[in-house]
Design a protein around this ligand. Structure first.
Ligand SMILES: C[S@@+](CC[C@H](N)C(=O)[O-])C[C@H]1O[C@@H](n2cnc3c(N)ncnc32)[C@H](O)[C@@H]1O
Ligand SMILES: [Zn+2]
Length: 134
């Protein structure tokens, strides 16, 4: 099954975002979150370096492994966070799939809950009164 067509463009939420260019059914695989596979130990200094510039690029795969989308990433790295998003994360071995958590209409921005564990210094802009920090 081909993956749905998506497009990276400017987002009202933050910077660039990724948008559905066709309707996407619930649970459909949308895109793989690609990036260099590194150990969680290796990821610490990279995460600090990225966060000092206000960016989160490293995705925790499991207890041992992370993927760094700053190295070898695809458009998945531009999907923004939302506390009430429309995507969920399905980790199959060390592959991270972003899948639809509900029906997504054409034109809708894709978003998922980053579930960040780190310093939590970026105020979430998913809605005006959101108190979450990423
Ligand atoms: C993986 S990037 C997503 C793409 C980003 N919009 C860009 O243009 O680079 C993650 C960064 O986007 C920003 N971001 C994503 N979702 C956000 C949200 N709900 N509220 C505030 N900033 C957000 C944060 O700065 C975060 O470090
Ligand atoms: Zn939020």
């Amino acid at each position: 099954m081909p993956l749905p067509t998506i497009l990276r463009k400017r987002s009202k939420l933050h910077g660039y975002g990724v948008f559905a260019m066709e309707p996407i059914n619930k649970n459909k695989r949308i895109i793989e979150y690609s990036g260099e596979l590194i150990t969680n130990k290796q990821s610490e200094s990279r995460e600090d370096r990225y966060l000092s510039k206000g960016c989160i690029w490293v995705f925790r795969v499991n207890r041992n492994w992370s993927r760094d989308a700053h190295v070898g990433g695809n458009d998945a790295r531009f999907i923004n966070h939302s506390c009430t998003g429309n995507c969920w994360i399905d980790v199959v071995d060390k592959t991270i799939w972003i899948r639809a958590s509900k029906f997504i209409a054409k034109g809708e921005e894709l978003a998922y809950d980053y579930n960040t564990e780190g310093d939590k210094i970026i105020p979430c802009l998913c809605r005006p009164d959101c108190k979450t920090k990423l």
